[in-house]
Design a protein around this ligand. Structure first.
Ligand code: AP5
Ligand code: ZN
Length: 216
């Protein structure tokens, strides 16, 4: 199963991707996570990406396409993968198609999570994650069951993203509508698009996604 989770910042792509990983045993390929890892490691790519990410703009197509292309060749992607936050431009979508067709592979489905702007801003401004395993939480909606302890790994340190502030979020949303939302029509025309109400409660979103995956 090879699927794309498409949606604006804060739509729940990362949250739902983690749940698909647990249920289906295929890896989550998040370009945002990969770029943040490169920033932390201080690699050349990380140095070039940091200012762009902090401003809420898109890192260049060449860089992200190269990262994903290398990642999907890893053995753990042999049975499928979830693309989370990629592709994000029409150039990236065309590159994805080429990457897969040279390997004789096809995309199973593109799942669009639809959420309105006010809710996206609310979600992103309350978001934090486990510093050890990356599990995502929210100040009011989704706290760990034991205060200050990660449900998944038991760690007690958490962090917030530097781009989760009102100013950068405005830029991320603008970029989404301009650069990424055209992919909705692109995948609809290919008969690959399924849209889910991302405004619903987390478990309900998971149930909608599971019913799409069950029908593949
Ligand atoms: P990236 O890391 O991909 O960020 P994003 O797309 O902005 O998406 P987010 O991670 O913010 O949101 P999400 O949809 O995963 O939501 P989440 O599940 O966390 O990219 C960051 C930057 O990297 C980009 O701005 C760009 O610079 C660069 N980049 C990355 N990929 C690139 C590419 N392909 N090309 C170029 N540049 C690239 O949920 C959000 C919050 O809401 C959480 O707190 C969660 O607990 C809560 N929540 C989730 N679901 C629900 C629900 N149903 N109800 C209530 N709360 C919920
Ligand atoms: Zn954890």
């Amino acid at each position: 199963m090879r699927l794309i989770l498409l949606g604006p910042p804060g739509a729940g792509k990362g949250t739902q991707a983690q749940r698909i990983v647990e249920r289906h045993g295929i890896p989550q390929l998040s370009t945002g996570d990969m770029l943040r890892a490169a920033v932390s490691a201080g690699t050349d790519v990380g140095k070039r990406a940091k200012a762009v990410m902090d401003a809420g703009k898109l890192v260049s197509d060449d860089i992200v396409i190269a990262i994903v292309s290398e990642r999907i060749d890893q053995p753990d992607c042999a049975n499928g993968f979830i693309l989370d936050g990629f592709p994000r431009t029409l150039v990236q979508a065309d590159a994805t198609e080429k990457m897969l067709s040279t390997k004789d592979l096809d995309l199973s489905v593109v799942i669009e999570l639809r959420v309105d702007d006010k809710e996206l801003i609310r979600r992103v401004s309350g978001r934090y994650s486990c510093a050890a395993c990356g599990s995502v939480y929210h100040d009011t909606d989704h706290k760990p069951s034991k205060d200050g302890v990660c449900d998944k790994c038991g760690a007690t340190e958490f962090k917030r993203r530097p781009d989760d502030n009102a100013e950068t979020m405005a830029s991320r949303l603008e970029v989404y509508y301009k650069e990424t939302s055209p992919l909705i029509g692109y995948y609809y025309a290919k008969g690959k698009l399924k849209t889910v109400d991302g405004m619903a409660e987390m478990d309900a979103v998971t149930a909608s996604i599971e019913s799409i995956l069950a029908g593949l």
